[in-house]
Design a protein. Structure first.
Length: 161
């Protein structure tokens, strides 16, 4: 039996591999694709949640990291920044999030967002005081660096431009 973490990784990899093959013609798939479901069935199973242009990254040093972030009812993170681009996907509950100079947003389960590298995450909180929330953060780094860096409150004013 697979652990929940292993199952999540297998599911994510299957999703990404499925997307990679979704547009391939039969000749490109060869015998491996012969047992694939029809295109119509595949389209019902996979959907693009977010497509985002990324900043220039050093391709020879890329490292992808998936982080599961769990917020209990009413919990929040302190202001922070990520040195690498982040794609967030809300798995459960709802999250309030705000980047410096941007309006606060609420994302529900199934929603996703993009965070440019080094932007200041002034609000990252569970939107509910009674239910948990879960976020999967996909970070794509081209350098060895901490994935999250605390930001002093004075540098994290949410509404300043």
């Amino acid at each position: 039996m697979r652990s929940p973490k292993t199952q999540m990784i297998v599911t994510a990899m299957s999703f990404y591999l499925g997307l990679a093959g979704a547009g391939a013609g039969e000749s490109e798939r060869g015998a491996v694709g012969a047992d694939r479901p029809t295109d119509a069935a595949h389209k019902d199973r996979a959907r693009i949640v977010l497509a985002q242009q990324l900043p220039a990254l050093e391709g020879a040093r890329l490292k992808a990291t998936l982080v599961e972030v769990n917020y209990g009812p009413g919990e929040a993170s302190t202001p922070h920044s990520h040195p690498c681009p982040v794609i967030g996907y809300v798995v459960e509950g709802a999250l309030r999030t705000q980047f410096k100079g941007e309006p606060e947003m609420t994302y529900k389960a199934g929603d996703s967002f993009y965070e440019p590298p080094n932007s200041i995450h002034v609000v990252s909180a569970n939107a509910s005081s009674t239910k948990p929330a879960k976020l999967i953060a996909y970070l794509l780094c081209d350098q060895e660096t901490p994935l999250s860096v605390d930001v002093a409150e004075s540098g994290a004013q949410g509404h300043s431009k």
